[in-house]
Design a protein around this ligand. Structure first.
Ligand SMILES: [Zn+2]
Length: 134
């Protein structure tokens, strides 16, 4: 078994979605990687390399483990929470009861812009057809 420890950048957050501590905070973390070889796992012979490994993040400063807002133990991760393409819906809408609803001012995607341009063209053509038919 081989174990390496290094200080890395981590992100801490409260587990409760409604807590103000749910937003991620950058913290120092200790990354502990434990490697096991084939022989460590009871294998006979000489198979080179690492058979399996685990990675664990620990608090560099254990005083940061408690949520500053509610005091419960926080989670620590080596990944920043992703921000996906804006959809017009509140990303926390389901957690917050969905009260804010849909914001139509947010342009969802290029496809929405093309559809809007096509709808405008259809309206123009419909008006033209109507004027010629009458
Ligand atoms: Zn909290």
């Amino acid at each position: 078994m081989n174990q390496t420890r290094e200080i890395v950048q981590g992100w801490a957050h409260c587990r409760h979605g409604l807590c103000p501590g749910y937003m991620q905070e950058q913290v120092e973390a200790v990354r502990v990687e434990t490697e096991f070889t084939f022989r460590d796992m009871g294998g006979k012979g000489s198979v080179p390399g690492v058979e399996r490994s685990t990675v664990e993040l620990l608090w560099a400063d254990p005083d940061q483990a408690a949520c500053p807002a509610c005091g419960t133990p926080r989670e620590i991760t080596d990944q920043e929470r992703p921000v996906y393409e804006m959809s017009g819906y509140d990303p926390m809408g389901l957690v917050n009861g969905g009260s804010s609803g849909f914001d139509r001012m947010v342009v969802n995607s290029e496809a929405d812009e093309r559809v809007a341009a096509l709808e405008a063209q259809v309206a123009k053509l419909a008006a033209l057809v109507e004027s010629q038919g009458a």
